[in-house]
Design a protein around this ligand. Structure first.
Ligand code: AMP
Ligand code: MN
Ligand code: MN
Length: 344
């Protein structure tokens, strides 16, 4: 997709009615005594956490006092993603069972909400903020912009429509979300609007150099050696993916153990795989259990990896998608290779 922004209503982008419904939904959370629960997707990335915590601070500004932020699974945030307002995070077990307002962030499907999915039923109002073209349309009110580079673009626009002034901490969270999902303003959806939002965020005085170093340019020596070892085993198949080339790498639990590294360090590894010039499609398998793998896929434009991810039970975008794979690494690679061949 090129960096253009087609008119609302023609491309599945939110219409003015959608924005008005979202503003109304948020207003239910502003009633005195209202309880608000914010949830982002499992295994949160910078966009999930940053859009949620940035929006949370906006709600605080608007006067919301009963405010919880959470995500499914253990309440751990990788160090590179530490950001302001993390004190709002609570374990999922403590999440309000029936909030007045539920807002979800960066979740393309209900399955990404884990056990918190029941809040879609129990909440009085549910609002979905997202930017995945594969979004399944869940939630009573849905604000999904497939042309937005990050969920934080949607969250920031909603805050603007609610007349919330940006402050530095809020901006840091929204910026982390933006910079991670655009790969530092390099990916295809980096529109003029993205840079305009970035300008507004940077104008609050955030330290963009320090943020970038922490997120992108800093990793333990053990992780660097681990990357070298995994990349040393990478395979290139020029004839796969309809002749446009497939490159893949596999990082195992043994690799992590050997270099004494936590799993989150592997999140950056896909960038080393996807830069291979001879391949349109890059595939990275990250082992999470003996027969369970977190699979990342990237395309340079020839293949629609989101279709493959959805078919494999995951989701994502046309050029960046993922799923949880079960079986051996070879079985998963075979399945992806076959689906790529079927796409032609
Ligand atoms: P990643 O490869 O983990 O950086 O993810 C790339 C894109 O795919 C992101 O937009 C994710 O939201 C999406 N994605 C990754 N894993 C999954 C999954 N298991 N289920 C649904 N979407 C996923
Ligand atoms: Mn995400
Ligand atoms: Mn996102």
């Amino acid at each position: 997709m090129k960096a253009t922004t087609p008119a609302a209503g023609t491309t599945g982008r939110p219409t003015e009615q959608d924005w008005a419904a979202a503003v109304d939904a948020v207003r239910t959370g502003l009633r005195p005594g209202a309880r608000v629960l914010l949830v982002c997707h499992v295994n949160p990335d910078g966009d999930a956490l940053g859009s949620m915590l940035g929006f949370a601070q906006g709600l605080r500004r608007l006067g919301v006092t009963s405010l919880q932020c959470t995500f499914p699974g253990p309440l751990t945030v990788p160090e590179p993603l530490h950001m302001p307002a993390m004190d709002l995070l609570i374990p999922e077990a403590e999440a309000d069972p029936a909030p007045d307002l539920l807002v979800t962030f960066d979740a393309a499907s209900e399955s990404r909400l884990g056990a918190l999915v029941d809040r879609l039923e129990t909440a009085t109002v549910s609002l979905v903020l997202d930017h995945h073209a594969s979004n399944t349309g869940f939630g009573k009110v849905s604000l999904v912009d497939p042309c937005a580079a990050a969920t934080s673009v949607v969250a920031a626009e909603l805050l603007r429509r609610l007349d919330v002034p940006l402050d530095r901490d809020m901006a840091e969270c929204l910026y982390i979300a933006l910079v991670t999902d655009t790969g530092s303003f390099k990916f295809d959806l980096t529109t003029p609007e993205v840079h305009e939002l970035a300008a507004r965020l940077v104008a609050t005085g955030i330290d963009v150099g320090a943020i970038s170093r922490r997120i992108f340019d800093s990793r333990p020596f053990g992780a660097v050696r681990l990357f070298g070892e995994v990349m040393g085993r990478a395979q290139l198949e020029p004839a796969s993916a309809g002749g446009r080339g497939l490159v893949y790498a596999v990082a195992t639990l043994d690799d992590l153990r050997k270099h004494d590294q936590p799993p989150y360090v592997l999140e950056a590894l896909i960038d080393s795989v996807r830069c291979v010039a001879e391949a349109d499609v890059a595939l990275l398998l990250k082992q999470v259990a003996p027969t369970e793998w977190a699979v990342s896929m990237r395309s340079k434009g020839g293949a629609d990896v989101s279709r493959i991810a959805v078919a494999m039970g995951g989701g994502g975008h046309r050029l960046a998608a993922g799923f949880t794979g079960h079986g051996t690494a070879e079985e998963i690679i075979d399945a992806v290779r076959e689906r790529l061949a079927a796409q032609g």
